[in-house]
Design a protein around this ligand. Structure first.
Ligand SMILES: C[S@@+](CC[C@H](N)C(=O)[O-])C[C@H]1O[C@@H](n2cnc3c(N)ncnc32)[C@H](O)[C@@H]1O
Length: 282
């Protein structure tokens, strides 16, 4: 093994341990997909809340740490935190052959991991609204025949029926178009976040019946905004919901019904409940 391969192997073991992954395929996927192929030439800029820090080297070994790397530093667009995605990919419980929609693919690193997990019998459709990033993703992912990159907003496009919708930019609410594109037992994972990269959470929503959704928070999360999935008033209310530090109580997502006393958060035509999906009559 080369030094970079050894470091990639350590990185895969480290981030999947940190992300408390149960499925060994997640570690194998991170040990296989080469991060440097998706981030352009080095040196790279590592993100911190206090600003970017140059890696100072173009040695790919430096990328095998649990760090965010700038894709467009002037806009704060980064290649996301590996251990957070390890946790989310584990929670996504991807079976081989599934159809996956990725919204906010950036230059394609996590799209490639999704593609690895569903395998050649599956399909991944990746939406990236930024033309430059989308062009990079198209060329970076060209070797994967089961991946299609679309330069379009994942909030206004007509999405394919999906077993998994994996959103990599922060929304203030689950879009109806996302929930309605889910197959039976389909999963939606998205960052439910307040404005200005405020602290929110990665929400996993599972369609358990035609109009019944289990929901749970997987992890705290801070993200840049998903264009077309933001509502200012809802975003402001999310600040206090997350400040209560009670995300673990959430068990289901309800749509188009009045909220009851089990409500954890009430949005426009949706709400999160501390009761499970089975506690509501279908
Ligand atoms: C936090 S970055 C993550 C990029 C990539 N997933 C990664 O980790 O390398 C979020 C990405 O979502 C894209 N984005 C924001 N709103 C979008 C939308 N409505 N449809 C598609 N892409 C969107 C941004 O252009 C940006 O590339």
């Amino acid at each position: 093994m080369t030094n970079t391969e050894l470091l990639r192997d350590f990185y895969a073991r480290y981030i999947t341990a940190k992300g408390e992954c149960k499925d060994p395929r997640i570690q194998q996927a991170f040990a296989t997909v080469e991060r440097e192929k998706y981030l352009g030439p080095g040196p790279w800029n590592a993100y911190t809340q206090a600003g970017y820090v140059s890696t100072g080297t173009s040695d790919a070994a430096v990328l095998y740490q649990d760090i965010l790397i700038g894709l467009k530093t002037d806009q704060g667009i980064n290649n996301g935190e590996p251990s957070l995605h390890a946790r989310c990919l584990d929670a996504a419980a991807i079976s081989r052959g599934e159809t996956i929609t990725h919204i906010g693919s950036g230059t394609g690193y996590y799209t490639a991991l999704l593609a690895h997990l569903t395998g050649g019998a599956g399909q991944v459709v990746a939406y990236e609204i930024d033309p430059d990033l989308s062009a990079h993703a198209t060329s970076n992912l060209a070797h994967l025949e089961h991946v299609r990159v679309v330069e379009e907003s994942g909030t206004s496009a007509e999405l394919p029926r999906s077993d998994l919708i994996y959103v990599s930019a922060g929304a203030t609410h689950p879009l109806n178009s996302w929930l309605e594109a889910l197959n039976d037992r389909g999963r939606l994972i998205f960052p439910l976040t307040p404005p200005n990269r405020g602290l929110g959470g990665m929400l996993l929503v599972t369609r358990v019946a035609a109009n019944s959704y289990a929901a749970k928070f997987i992890s705290p999360a801070k993200f840049i905004e998903c264009i077309g999935a933001r509502d200012d008033a809802t975003g402001e209310s999310l600040i206090s919901a997350f400040a209560s530090n009670t995300t673990a109580a959430v068990r289901s997502l309800r749509r188009k019904t009045p909220a009851d006393q089990s409500a954890w958060f009430v949005g426009a035509d949706w709400w999160l409940s501390t009761s499970g999906p089975d506690d509501f009559a279908a």
